[in-house]
Design a protein around this ligand. Structure first.
Ligand SMILES: C[S@@+](CC[C@H](N)C(=O)[O-])C[C@H]1O[C@@H](n2cnc3c(N)ncnc32)[C@H](O)[C@@H]1O
Length: 295
């Protein structure tokens, strides 16, 4: 037997501060049309609160209906924390549990060690000085294995990554007056304003569509310069599913960025095929709007 929809029941469900039990929502939902619209409202509210897409809000709605225990808002909040698409993709690879011995190598992959970043650890501070960079965003920052050793001539360093547990751990280990950290999904959320955004080894993992979303958000952010991984000798770009890997040449289709104003050579020697790997500098305002489907 399902509870009959009555104004009293409606008042109880809508009462502010009421911990609406999910099992009760379950039975009401199955039995009453108006309960369905109530849930739809809550789903839309959740959509706004968590800034998730309509499709994801619908998926969350299904999870809520099949889960038991906990107030609706607690369930939503718990689910919301786990469901950034990119966090789900990248946490198993670059999160805290990816190395047996965290002192060995870097959680952020073999390209993120102190040894492999020798060249850019030297040239990056010079570039920041030359550009008179005060606010420097490192997005994504990974585990800071190499960046922690760079003397940064800036007022503020903001490290950003999509993996929440990594950001918490960075905050505990490395936050100080100069350094702070933000948990953001760079293809869904805008960055704060900065003079320069370093985006090392991220676009190589993103689909064309996600790269386009990242660049569009960057252009809205008011940040001045982008310094990002680039493979200028690559003769074509292939699309991938976000999470896979391939080199990207940002000067050719589908991106068609102009020639970069500066190049920091990574002096990458591990694989001859990718010895052109570098960090390239662009003024963000000059980046084109590109069509990720045009090849
Ligand atoms: C190969 S690591 C590079 C980290 C760092 N830039 C470095 O040079 O050591 C790639 C990082 O990109 C992060 N990432 C992937 N997609 C992201 C997104 N949408 N928003 C923020 N970070 C993202 C991953 O969590 C991972 O930490």
């Amino acid at each position: 037997m399902y509870p009959v929809w009555t104004p009293a029941l409606a008042a109880r469900l809508h009462a502010p501060g009421t911990a609406t039990r999910v099992p009760r929502m379950n039975s009401v939902l199955s039995g009453a049309k108006r309960a369905r619209s109530f849930l739809r409202d809550r789903r839309n509210q959740l959509r706004g609160e968590l800034k998730v897409s309509y499709g994801k809000a619908q998926r969350l709605g299904r999870i809520i209906r099949s889960s038991s225990g906990g107030s609706l808002s607690e369930t939503l909040a718990a689910i919301g924390r786990k469901t950034s698409r990119h966090e789900d993709i990248f946490a198993p690879r670059y999160g805290l549990r990816t190395l047996d011995d965290p002192d060995e190598g870097s959680l952020s992959g073999p390209g993120s060690t102190v040894e492999r970043t020798e060249a850019i650890r030297e040239t990056l501070p010079k570039l920041l000085k030359e550009l008179d960079c005060q606010v420097f965003i490192d997005a994504p920052c990974g585990d800071l294995k190499w960046m922690q050793h760079v003397e940064l001539p800036v007022e503020r360093y903001i490290g950003v990554d999509v993996i929440g547990e990594l950001i918490e751990s960075n905050q505990k280990q490395f936050a100080n007056e100069q350094r702070s950290f933000l948990h953001l999904d760079l293809v869904q959320q805008a960055l704060p304003k900065a003079d320069l955004v370093l985006n090392r080894d991220m676009l190589i993992h993103l689909s064309f569509e996600d790269i386009a979303k990242f660049v569009a958000l960057l252009k809205q952010s008011g940040c001045r310069y982008l310094l990002t991984s680039h493979f200028p000798d690559q003769t074509d770009n292939s699309d991938i599913r976000t999470g896979d890997w391939r080199p990207v040449n940002l000067e050719i289709a589908p991106f068609h960025f102009p020639a970069p104003s500066q190049i920091l050579d990574e002096r990458y020697t591990q694989n001859k095929q990718h010895s052109d790997k570098c960090l390239a500098l662009w003024e963000i305002a000059k980046l084109p709007d590109f069509d990720p489907t045009a090849t």
